[in-house]
Design a protein around this ligand. Structure first.
Ligand SMILES: [Zn+2]
Length: 270
């Protein structure tokens, strides 16, 4: 057996560029870049959110291209509200517009669970025997609410997977140098997040105010490792700094959303 771990690969198909990681042939974890779509202006070009002011027919065309390039006919997204709601997805025909939440999980094969992000951290979770997959939307609110932990616990319970048999990977997100927050955000962590101080680095601004660089990646990593989950490769890129590949709400208020996808692969035809 090779000792070399597989890593996230940069792939391009019909102009659609993405990072993809498949530590097992039955599993796909994907992070789409902003390249290869038809959206214009601030949304250029592969915006995958209908809720940010972009033209609907552009977003629809982007989804068509993505499904084709990924050869993944069904990608389910839900209305994200920075909540701590976790949705079990039992079958692909669930009308997505009726679902509100910020994490979901499934044991359906051939169904991509999609999460729209621009600076927030997508946390990919799966069972080591590929019994189920899940994904969680962790900005500061989701992180403070321990959404990744909640998702993992629900997956563990629903599918009888011991927590140490769950794996996780972290996608691109805003880095602590780019993500300065105030006391209001810090205070929200103090009640439920005993190790919070580790993830806030004080910075004095030019005006003499104290702000904090928040490391949402480190916070979620700490949370999941405390529970016994095992981290596989993560993709440590900063969305705000990597202008050509990613949308960032901290770079510009009017912007698109990248899509993070996790999917169990359908069995190949016999
Ligand atoms: Zn950064």
């Amino acid at each position: 057996m090779s000792a070399v771990l597989p890593d996230w690969e940069f792939k391009s198909q019909d102009g659609i560029e993405r990072y993809e990681y498949s530590p097992d042939p039955r599993l796909r974890m994907i992070f789409l870049t902003r390249r290869g779509g038809v959206s214009r202006g601030d949304y250029e070009s592969l915006n995958l959110s209908f809720d940010v002011g972009d033209k609907t027919y552009h977003v629809e065309e982007n989804y068509t291209r993505v499904r084709q390039a990924l050869q993944l006919p069904a990608i389910l997204t839900v209305k994200q509200t920075h909540s701590d709601t976790v949705l079990p997805i039992a079958y692909e025909r669930t009308p997505p517009e009726l679902l509100e939440g910020d994490a979901c999980f499934t044991d359906c094969t051939g169904l991509g669970l999609g999460l729209k992000v621009a600076d927030c951290l997508p946390v990919y979770i799966y069972a080591s025997d590929m019994r189920c997959v899940g994904i969680a939307h962790c900005g500061w609110r989701g992180t403070a609410a321990r959404l990744a932990e909640k998702t993992a616990r629900l997956m563990s319970r629903r599918f009888s997977v011991p927590l140490p048999d769950l794996r996780f990977s972290l996608g691109p997100c805003i880095c602590p140098n780019c993500y300065l927050v105030g006391d209001d955000v810090r205070d929200r962590f103090d009640d439920d997040f005993p190790a919070a101080h580790k993830f806030f680095s004080p910075v004095t601004t030019a005006k003499g105010n104290t702000r904090y660089g928040l490391d949402i990646r480190a916070a979620n990593r700490w949370l999941l490792r405390e529970m016994g989950l095992v981290e596989v490769r993560s993709l440590g890129l900063c969305t705000r700094e990597t202008t050509s590949l990613f949308y960032s709400v901290r770079r510009g208020k009017t912007t698109g959303r990248n899509l993070a996808v996790i999917a169990l692969r359908s069995a190949p035809p016999a």
